[in-house]
Each structure stands twice: as structure tokens, then as C-alpha cells.
Design a protein around this ligand. Structure first.
Ligand code: SF4
Length: 463
């Protein structure tokens, strides 16, 4: 079987070295990286789609190898931290059998396919994007030669849901719209150049059937233009010297029958939070979104979620790029029982839950680039705010450095770690200023004083 051969490759040290990546780049399940707190392994879950059975497999692996904890990432994947060593081959096989790792380790890192966690659930969406996620995943698995693409190659599929992933960073975004004949088509937005915020509309109107061929054409352009020195630049870097017209010509020769659409400026809709109880397409059922604090789940919580998904839902879960978990297909009559069960598991499922608004990257405790212990400070702030009367759940982002891995848009309050002898933060609030951070309002606030400073700011801005 292919699986046996490729796993044997992975078993040999040489094969692992071939996948070795920048520790700050993108670890995978076959090629984990060494972080400050131990080995870091990332299990990709295309579209954030997870069955109850898969959730139990993840819970078992987290329990056996990661101290019983896993985290949902901001790409709606699952991460295991602080492992003593990389996952053994028998575990990799189990993950492959469960559909949690590619049968082709060479392309597992490309399973960065994001869609709304409410795909197929949101009554106002233009279409259900899940079949596209699956067909793209199958396409990647069938093309191991694409393994040379950057580990950060990423695709977003926006079906027009309220919980929109359009603003999330992806190399390529397929964004659904209705054309003048009221048919659903996809615009194609591509990141080009070294400015990661530079996104261009290719001026195309794709049918669903053209999404995979268009992806294949872009991958082909990458393969023909990538340097021969073994480096894996980002797609946007490979395309940096390509005009939109030239790129469109490259693609047109590879995908027949492309229709044109007037290019639009990239102006993605801000996402609505999926936390809380929300109506679904089907009458009588809802989805319930919950917010594990900083995306962290214990294996006990994950098994509990799998049980609830089977007993009170449709047997599946969704992960979101905002590090939420959704339980879809819950009968309206069962919502109260589900929320009581989630409360007992320590999982907040109310739209106003404080945990829904606080995000933090790994910070100094887990990342070599971290200037401050973001997780410690986020926990301290959460404990402090728990007792405060707040108007709604404020969004608060702790980032260990300017890379802003956890969130790339301004929150109500953003805390940016600074270099120095003691841990300090610069504090920003939403408003005119830096595109990721907002408006600078305090500088060099010692970490020990940051909780008070944020509490004051929230009072000032009326949150
Ligand atoms: S933002 Fe956080 S996780 Fe990302 S590189 Fe900086 S410290 Fe590390």
C-alpha cells in the first residue's frame, strides 16, 4: 500500500530531514518542529470538519502524547504541543486511517483548506462549500508532486456565510457571488508580492467545477516559476513579478472556458462569531458554537463533545479559525441539555462568553520569537474580567511579537510584546493606525500591570 511505503519513508531520519522546515513556519504531523516547550505537531483538518469518531482519535493521541491537551489553531486545525518526541509511526497510521493525515505525507502540509465552520448550515449562504473542500483535498492527495509547494500554501473557500472566512489570510480565496443571471460563481482573489495584505481579484467568474482546475493551474504556475535551489517560497513571492494580466493569461491557457467578471477591490466582510445558538438551514435544528479558552481542549472535553455530537447532534463537529468548536444539527428541544452539558465540561457556549473574545499566540513559553508570556497574561486578564460588568464580550488579542500569528486584524484591545529586560507590552485599541494592531494608546506597560491597564481601557471605551 502507498501508505506503508510513505510511512516507511517518514520513519527514516533522512526522509524527515527532507521535510524539515523553519521552526516558525508550518509544522505538520509527519514533520513536527521543535518549539521551546517540546515537539509541536499539527494535524490538519480541511474545512475544520471533524466527525465524532475522529474527535475520539484526537483525544486518545492527546492523552497519550501531549499531556491530555490539544488546541484548535487559527486555521481550524489541531495542534499538539510539548510532546517528548514526534508521534510514532503506528500513531501516524491511525491518523491516516481516521482521515486525520494524508495517505501521501508529501502533501499533508498542503491540506490548508479553510471554509466557514457554518458551511452547509448557514441559511443565508450561497452554497454548501463542503463538497469543494473534499474534492480539493482529494486532488492534493492524488498529486504528490505538489509536495514542493510551500507549507504555507493555503486555500480559502467563502460560500457567503455570516461566519465568513474571507478576511482570514489565504494564498488563494474563492469567494462565492451571484452573477447577473443569478447563478453562483466564484471570484478568485490571490495574494501577490511581499506585502501580505496585497490581494488582487483575477477578474474571473468560476463555476464550482472550475475551482479544482484553477487551483491546479496556480500550482502549475508555481512549479514552473519556483527556484531550482530547493527553497519553497510562498506563492505570493513566486508571483511577485507577475502582473494580474500575465497571471490571468497563464491560467487561461490551463483552464478552458473561463468567464470574466469586473475585478473588485478586496474588501472582505468582517466575520460574525459562531459562538452561541444559531439557526440552521433545516427547520427545527440549530448549531451551538462554543469557545474553549485560547482554543485549548482537554481530551476529556473532546470526548465529551464527541458524545454530545452523537447523542444530541448529527455526529459531527466543526472547528473554526477563531478557535471555536461547533456542534451542528442539534434539535431545538435539546439545546438546554446540551448547554448544561457543555457548562459541566467547562466550555462556554453563550454568545457573550468572555472566552470567545480573548486570543493569544504561544508567546514566550512556547515560541522562540516570543517576547512576553502571552498565555499567562491572557489567563490573568480573563480571571480579572470574569468579575467585571462588561457590555458584550470585548475582543482582546495578546501577541508575543509583531508577527501576530493568532490574529491579523485589530481587536478591541491588542497587546503587543516588546523587547527589553523586563516583559512589557504596547497596547492598541481598534481604530486608525496599524492595519493589524489598530491605534497605539500605551507603550511599554509592564506585564505585571497589564491586567489593570486593559481593565481601565475597557472602561474608557465603554466595553
Ligand atoms: S506572534 Fe507569537 S507565535 Fe507568532 S512568532 Fe510571534 S511570538 Fe511566536
Amino acid at each position: 500500500m502507498t501508505e506503508d511505503v510513505t510511512l516507511a519513508d517518514v520513519e527514516s531520519d533522512g526522509a524527515v530531514d527532507a521535510f524539515e522546515l523553519d521552526p516558525l513556519a508550518c509544522p505538520g504531523v509527519f514533520y513536527p518542529t521543535q518549539a521551546l516547550d517540546g515537539v509541536l505537531s499539527r494535524i490538519r483538518t480541511p474545512g475544520g470538519l471533524l466527525t465524532a469518531t475522529q474527535a475520539r482519535v484526537l483525544a486518545d493521541v492527546a492523552e497519550a502524547y501531549a499531556g491530555g491537551t490539544l488546541t484548535v489553531t487559527n486555521r481550524a486545525n489541531v495542534q499538539l504541543r510539548a510532546l517528548d518526541e514526534r508521534l510514532p509511526v503506528e500513531v501516524l497510521r491511525r491518523l491516516q486511517r481516521a482521515g486525520l493525515a494524508s495517505h501521501q505525507p508529501a502533501v499533508d502540509h498542503l491540506r490548508n483548506i479553510m471554509t466557514s465552520p457554518t458551511a452547509g448550515l448557514d441559511p443565508d449562504a450561497l452554497l454548501d462549500t463542503r463538497p469543494l473542500v473534499r474534492v480539493l483535498d482529494a486532488y492534493l492527495e492524488a498529486h504528490p508532486e505538489l509536495g514542493v509547494l510551500s507549507a504555507k500554501f493555503s486555500i480559502g473557500i467563502d460560500g457567503g456565510e455570516h461566519a465568513s472566512i474571507a478576511a482570514q489570510p489565504n494564498d488563494v480565496l474563492f469567494s462565492a457571488f451571484r452573477d447577473t443571471a443569478h447563478d453562483v460563481r466564484f471570484r478568485v482573489y490571490v495574494r501577490i508580492g511581499n506585502d501580505p495584505t496585497s490581494v488582487v481579484d483575477l477578474g474571473l467568474a468560476l463555476t464550482s467545477d472550475q475551482v479544482v482546475p484553477l487551483t491546479a493551474a496556480l500550482a502549475d504556475v508555481y512549479l514552473t516559476r519556483t527556484p531550482a535551489d530547493g527553497t519553497r517560497p510562498r506563492l505570493r513571492q513566486v508571483l511577485a513579478d507577475r502582473s494580474v494580466d500575465a497571471l490571468r493569461a497563464d491560467i487561461a491557457g490551463r483552464v478552458p472556458g473561463l468567464a470574466q467578471a469586473s475585478p473588485r477591490e478586496f474588501n472582505p466582510r468582517p466575520p460574525h462569531s459562531p459562538v452561541g445558538v444559531h439557526a440552521q438551514v433545516d427547520d427545527g435544528v440549530v448549531y451551538v458554537g462554543l469557545a474553549p479558552f485560547l482554543g485549548a481542549l482537554t481530551s476529556t472535553q473532546l470526548r465529551g463533545l464527541a458524545d454530545f455530537a452523537e447523542r444530541l447532534g448529527g455526529g459531527s463537529l466543526r472547528l473554526s479559525p477563531w478557535r471555536n468548536v461547533l456542534v451542528p444539527d442539534v434539535s431545538v428541544a435539546d439545546v438546554e441539555a446540551l448547554q448544561a452539558g457543555l457548562d459541566a465540561l467547562g466550555l462556554a457556549s453563550h454568545a457573550e462568553a468572555l472566552a470567545a473574545g480573548i486570543v493569544a499566540c504561544a508567546g514566550r513559553a512556547g515560541c522562540g520569537a516570543g517576547l512576553v508570556d502571552t498565555v499567562r497574561d491572557a489567563q490573568a486578564l480573563s480571571a480579572r474580567l470574569e468579575g467585571m460588568p462588561l457590555a458584550g464580550a470585548p475582543t482582546i488579542h495578546f501577541t508575543g511579537c509583531a508577527k501576530c500569528c493568532a490574529q491579523r486584524r485589530p481587536a478591541d484591545v491588542t497587546l503587543l510584546g516588546r523587547a527589553g529586560d523586563i516583559e512589557t507590552y504596547d497596547i492598541f485599541v481598534a481604530g486608525e493606525g496599524d492595519a493589524r494592531l489598530g491605534r497605539l494608546v500605551r507603550t511599554a506597560v509592564p506585564a505585571a500591570a497589564v491586567v489593570d491597564a486593559v481593565a481601565e481601557l475597557l472602561a474608557e471605551v465603554g466595553r
